[in-house]
Design a protein around this ligand. Sequence first.
Ligand SMILES: *[C@@H]1O[C@H](CO)[C@@H](O)[C@H](O)[C@H]1NC(C)=O
Ligand SMILES: *[C@@H]1O[C@H](CO)[C@@H](O)[C@H](O)[C@H]1NC(C)=O
Ligand SMILES: *[C@@H]1O[C@H](CO)[C@@H](O)[C@H](O)[C@H]1NC(C)=O
Ligand SMILES: *[C@@H]1O[C@H](CO)[C@@H](O)[C@H](O)[C@H]1NC(C)=O
Ligand SMILES: *[C@@H]1O[C@H](CO)[C@@H](O)[C@H](O)[C@H]1NC(C)=O
Ligand SMILES: *[C@@H]1O[C@H](CO)[C@@H](O)[C@H](O)[C@H]1NC(C)=O
Ligand SMILES: *[C@@H]1O[C@H](CO)[C@@H](O)[C@H](O)[C@H]1NC(C)=O
Ligand SMILES: *[C@@H]1O[C@H](CO)[C@@H](O)[C@H](O)[C@H]1NC(C)=O
Ligand SMILES: *[C@@H]1O[C@H](CO)[C@@H](O)[C@H](O)[C@H]1NC(C)=O
Ligand SMILES: *[C@@H]1O[C@H](CO)[C@@H](O)[C@H](O)[C@H]1NC(C)=O
Ligand SMILES: *[C@@H]1O[C@H](CO)[C@@H](O)[C@H](O)[C@H]1NC(C)=O
Length: 427
Amino acid sequence: MAPLKKLFHTSLLLLVCAAKAANPEAEAEALLRWKSTLVGANSLSSWSTANSTCSWFGVACDAAGHVTELSLPNAGLNGTLDYLYSAALRNLTKIKLNKNILAGAIPANISMLLTLAFLDLGSNSLVGSIPRSFSRLQNLKALRLSANNLTGGIPEELGMISGLGNLVLYGNPLGGSIPASLGQLQLLHMLHIQNASLVSTLPPELGNLTSLKYMILSQNQLYGSLPPSFARIQTLLFFHMHGNNINGSIPSEMFTNCTKLERFIVYGNLLTGSISSHIIKCKELEFFDGSGNLLTGSIPREIGSMRNLQALFLWENHLTGIMPSDIGNATSLKFLDVSSNHLEGELPRTISLLVNLVALSLSGNKFTGTIPNPDSKQLPVVKIANGKDNGSFSGESRSAICGLTLLQLLDLSNNELFGDFLVASGI
Ligand SMILES: *[C@@H]1O[C@H](CO)[C@@H](O)[C@H](O)[C@H]1NC(C)=O
Ligand SMILES: *[C@@H]1O[C@H](CO)[C@@H](O)[C@H](O)[C@H]1NC(C)=O
Ligand SMILES: *[C@@H]1O[C@H](CO)[C@@H](O)[C@H](O)[C@H]1NC(C)=O
Ligand SMILES: *[C@@H]1O[C@H](CO)[C@@H](O)[C@H](O)[C@H]1NC(C)=O
Ligand SMILES: *[C@@H]1O[C@H](CO)[C@@H](O)[C@H](O)[C@H]1NC(C)=O
Ligand SMILES: *[C@@H]1O[C@H](CO)[C@@H](O)[C@H](O)[C@H]1NC(C)=O
Ligand SMILES: *[C@@H]1O[C@H](CO)[C@@H](O)[C@H](O)[C@H]1NC(C)=O
Ligand SMILES: *[C@@H]1O[C@H](CO)[C@@H](O)[C@H](O)[C@H]1NC(C)=O
Ligand SMILES: *[C@@H]1O[C@H](CO)[C@@H](O)[C@H](O)[C@H]1NC(C)=O
Ligand SMILES: *[C@@H]1O[C@H](CO)[C@@H](O)[C@H](O)[C@H]1NC(C)=O
Ligand SMILES: *[C@@H]1O[C@H](CO)[C@@H](O)[C@H](O)[C@H]1NC(C)=O
């Protein structure tokens, strides 16, 4: 072999060796260094130079032997993230360290792991703020930091992570407001920031989240009104906004494009106005909870054509008028609670068509007349809850009440209803 050619081959071999050996070693070293800072770390016993790095518990590699995933949920890891970052971990795409005992702050240098697509540090004891430099993680698809002790608000820079699909920050005392910049996240499908001490209005820009399926912002101190721009989110499945201070009326626009909406949960706010009859357009709606607000007007008769509706909770509002007879068409209903309103009149006979009802609560209204008993169907066992006993069961009756064959909880107290049924139950 000619000397030059031999030299070429030798150096090629050296290069290959360098690429194959040196990097994985540096990766192993980096991980072992972090391990050495953890207390106990019994779950990481396979992490030793005796074992190949790619066989270590919770470690996954690519074909070239580079560490791509660190997946150690619920592994009893006790320590900090301070020594996790290393330039050697340049192929890491996934860090899943949720449900451990990790404390301290989230080091800003995690944002130098530019290949990261998935970062889950949820359910630890992390403190401090969310690093603004996370905006550098342009490959990030999921950021999950829920159930920690993070403060300092939601960095508006998170709105720059253009491929983000999951932003899950619930259960942290974050405080501050919802940055309007989050409305730029075109691919976001999960925005879950429940119980995060947010004191904020709802930015109309969130209406630009046209891939959003889950908007969960309940149990904060959100105020102001529901932006009509939210109507643009036609992909929405869950709208959870309960336990805030939101006022104004529910914009009827919100129900104009709600073709996918399954859950609309706004209980415990300061909402006024009436429930728009546009609700009929939410054909997939299963769960509507507007309880504990200041809603007025009547129960829209259109509710009756909502074939998928399983739960309708409207207790503690200022609703007036009658129970529309169309309610009998909503035959999927399992839970119907309109207690503590100003409803009146006789109950429609059609209520007997709601054969899937499990709980019916009509107490604290001004319903009158007799319990409809159209076809004398026998009930197997009906338990009766008396509102005065806080819903404890106070009797059983085989008396016929409509066709409500599966009814387990019936609360009719504080009305002016009469009938055999009530006599039998001792209310
Ligand atoms: C790898 O680690 C496991 C667990 O600590 C150990 O039982 C096993 O012997 C190691 N394998 C090698 C090849 O060293
Ligand atoms: C975590 O380690 C610290 C010592 O650094 C210790 O005080 C603490 O009890 C450990 N926590 C658990 C849950 O083991
Ligand atoms: C990463 O940040 C932490 C916390 O600031 C620091 O302790 C650590 O030395 C940093 N690591 C590197 C490799 O710079
Ligand atoms: C690992 O990362 C390096 C540096 O970013 C890159 O050149 C290489 O292609 C990556 N390897 C794989 C298999 O992605
Ligand atoms: C959260 O951190 C604060 C101090 O910043 C501390 O007082 C509090 O006990 C921590 N809460 C939890 C649940 O760790
Ligand atoms: C709300 O989040 C805090 C942490 O900020 C947590 O301690 C508390 O249990 C959470 N409350 C609920 C009802 O989930
Ligand atoms: C986002 O929404 C706001 C308010 O609804 C609007 O003014 C703005 O033009 C929208 N931006 C984009 C990029 O669509
Ligand atoms: C509902 O969707 C249609 C068609 O995509 C759109 O033109 C209309 O503006 C939307 N309505 C609202 C209130 O956003
Ligand atoms: C809603 O509350 C805000 C203050 O939080 C107030 O300025 C506004 O007038 C209220 N709007 C309505 C419709 O009550
Ligand atoms: C309920 O069903 C009855 C009888 O089929 C029908 O006349 C009525 O229009 C329906 N109501 C609604 C709101 O769909
Ligand atoms: C019944 O409810 C009232 C008011 O909500 C409460 O004060 C009382 O403690 C409850 N009683 C029982 C037995 O739960």
